[in-house]
Design a protein around this ligand. Sequence first.
Ligand code: CUA
Length: 401
Amino acid sequence: MSRAILRFWRRGFWAALGALTVVGCGREYPQSTIHPVTDFGEISHHLYVKVFWWTMLILAVVAVLLTYVLVRFRERPGQDRPKPVHGHVGLEIAWTVVPAMIVVAIVIPSVQGVFQTYRLQEERDPLVVHVVGKRYWWSFHYPQLGVTTANELHLPVGRPVALRLESGDVIHSFWVPMLGGKRDVNPVVAVPEGEEPKRNWLYFTIKEAGVYWGQCAEFCGEAHSLMGLRVVAQSEEAFQEWVEAWRTPAPTANPPVEGVAAQTGAGAVSAEPAAAGASAAAAASETTAEAAEDPLIARGRQVFFRESYCVLCHAIQGTPAPGVIGPNLTRLGSRMTLAAGMLENNQENLERWIRDPRSVKPGAQMPGAQYPVTYEGQTFPPTNLNDEQIRALAAWLLSMK
Ligand code: CUA
């Protein structure tokens, strides 16, 4: 090989190594498994590091032996052909026993690690969240707080968390790599009365505030890869603020006072939570105290409650919308993403999602403006919303921050 070619390859090697180093040291990987931020994550990370270094040790031993053999037994001029070895009992025992020992050495700490992650449940007073995976989104219900949200899970830093996992349809898997996991999200199987159905749980305490990306990790259908989620880990105060905001109807959630009677009297929705009236009035006075409401937002509210059947599937806290089939939309405007982590949350994307959800997510269970869906044997017709209605609807939903 000429010297120029050699130089070319040598430069290429160093350039590639440099590039890999730069890329490898970055921290902008939102689904990294090697930057754990929970006790659970640390358990599996320690295991990973331990096994990694053992593997490196094995690699070194093999490389040294191989080099020795290549040098020691290389072909030399005038040398006879070496004698082949057949049926060497000592060798056969060695290459059976050594790998078996390596496997055992990996299995023992792995099994210990699994039990360790379950011991995390002994933490007192965890914040419980009922996680329900559905094709293709996530519902999060906080039974102790009476809060329900979707796709963006808010959790306080430093407080033990217990996630109860179940599926509304097929098997999913809850995986937020930086928090540790993953764990299967299974449909609940019927059990004899009085018995508690079996569900998987996940326990951890987050140590660092941040937004952590997650992903369904069990193939569940055509949009499996589009079933993302975000975990918003925040200080206890910020978390409490978020809970308070969720409980308080957004200023634009309900119509200003003069509209209330008209809506509750003749509205398309008859199921009205007992508290909605009072909170509606409170929110309304807040609205009227401010400048007159944006007509587009008022129009969007009208479309939601009177000109569509959104309320059959969606709920919004403090309004008469009671649906539980689809994601809870309370304070949708404050979310970062739409469609389970797939789209940035803005007017344009929300309009696209409402008009044609399957263009974003094949198999999405929400009807489009032009096509129906069948969900659990029930057919929901096309929403038939026109562009003007969709624009207003999106503007209203986004106004509730
Ligand atoms: Cu849900 Cu894959």
